[in-house]
Design a protein around this ligand. Structure first.
Ligand SMILES: *Cc1c(COP(=O)(O)O)cnc(C)c1O
Length: 404
């Protein structure tokens, strides 16, 4: 079907919840994807930090093929090997003792929110339910998680919101401290606010949050849905920021593109969930967990983490150089292969221009470009992307008149 007909049908048959780029992606290989007309694109979006092993990684493909033949799904009425093995893998390589599996980031945060309330009620009584989240955060689109998300544009039109959430400015410990009271059950935040424009949490801020939570038996919950799975050069971003949470959520890259989510917790907290308190039909199914296990193995046993760290430094440096050469580029922020560039121009125009020039980039906000390539991205990919970005910024800088 020609591209235009497909787009017309998309306009006709799909609920119009997305504004899409005008290409139809039909296949991918490594760090590249190809559209219906056969054009190649260098992928700096990676399915929004999902395709961490790139496209068509042989180990992941083989695992999915084998598992599909063997068993795709049974339900949590029975034990399955991949689920238990993936849980053990995550526990062995994190602060956590137990894992609950679901199918998306929002669901992982739902599980975290429910667990925090349940723990609060059990340990401190029914008034302990409030969760402090951060302004400009992103935690998902279900009713509880859009309430947790500190952005009006995500909440607008869906009121009444879920009770029990309050919002503090990011990286402001004093603000959180002043909001804590006997109702406070948990503090939920992203170690790096990604959708919100790539803002990294300060180490001191996180250490202070940790101390406050420990003192008052408040749960510290990290949403590592985007920052986890090697994105920043370590398995989880908080490893580099010097603070361990009580609960952590994962999704996006966990199974390299197969839908999955996970909520991890310390034993003392996880014990608040008992048989019947939470569930998911698809959650932890053999196909997704087998894929997740292979992704973890490739990450931890191969050189992918090390590569992500090195390429992350290379990308950050390249973007910083690019910024220095273009007046309309204001700032570069990020960690590893999660980088943002703040511009003085509409990022959507830059994204559209990059697409025409064969590079996929994402606009996290109207002013911040986000770069989240597969962790297997190469120096060559980065150089090519930077050339394209430089050319676009040159042109846009000139459009706006000469340098001051
Ligand atoms: C993407 C994302 C979510 C939501 O995940 P979905 O799978 O889209 O529900 C939540 N939190 C963060 C930090 C994310 O990046």
């Amino acid at each position: 079907m020609p591209s235009q007909n497909l787009r017309d049908d998309a306009d006709t048959y799909l609920m119009q919840t997305y504004s899409r780029q005008p290409i139809t992606i039909v296949r991918g290989r490594g760090s590249r994807v190809y559209d219906l007309e056969g054009r190649e694109y260098i992928d700096f979006v990676g399915g929004i930090a999902v395709n961490i092993l790139g496209h068509g990684h042989p180990d992941l493909v083989q695992t999915i093929q084998r598992q599909a033949v063997q068993l795709i799904h049974t339900s949590n009425l029975y034990y399955t090997e991949p689920q238990v093995k993936l849980a053990k893998m995550l526990v062995d390589h994190s602060f956590a003792d137990r894992v609950f599996f679901c199918n998306s980031g929002a669901e992982a945060n739902e599980a975290a929110i429910k667990l925090a309330r349940r723990y609060g009620h059990e340990q401190h009584g029914p008034d302990r339910f409030e969760i402090i989240t951060m302004k400009n955060s992103f935690h998902g689109r279900t009713l509880a998680t859009l309430t947790a998300t500190g952005q009006e544009k995500v909440q607008k039109g869906f009121e009444p919101l879920m009770p029990g959430f309050v919002y503090a400015p990011f990286n402001d410990f004093g603000a959180v401290e002043s909001m804590v009271n006997e109702r406070t059950a948990a503090i939920l935040l992203e170690p790096i606010q990604a959708e919100g424009g790539v803002h990294v949490a300060d180490r001191d801020y996180l250490r202070n949050l940790r101390d406050l939570c420990t003192q008052k038996d408040i749960l510290l919950m990290f949403d590592e849905i985007q920052t986890g799975m090697g994105r920043t050069g370590t398995f989880f971003a908080h490893e580099q920021l010097g603070v361990k949470p009580d609960i952590m959520t994962l999704a996006k890259g966990l199974a390299g593109g197969v839908p999955i989510g996970a909520c991890l917790a310390k034993e003392s907290v996880a014990a608040a969930f008992t048989p019947g308190s939470h569930a998911s039909t698809f959650g932890g199914n053999p196909l997704a967990c087998a894929a997740g296990l292979t992704v973890c193995q490739v990450l931890l046993e191969g050189k992918v983490l090390e590569q992500a760290r090195l390429q992350g430094e290379y990308l950050a440096k390249g973007l910083a150089d690019c910024k220095d050469h273009h007046r309309i580029a204001k700032e570069v922020r990020g960690l590893g292969l999660l980088q943002g560039m703040e511009l003085e121009t509409d990022t959507r125009v830059v994204v559209a221009d990059a697409l025409v020039r064969g590079v996929l980039i994402n606009a996290a906000t109207e002013r911040v470009l986000r770069f989240v390539p597969p962790l297997i991205t190469t120096q060559e990919d980065i150089d090519k992307m930077l050339d394209v970005l430089g050319a676009i910024l040159n042109q846009r800088g000139t459009d706006k008149g000469p340098h001051r």
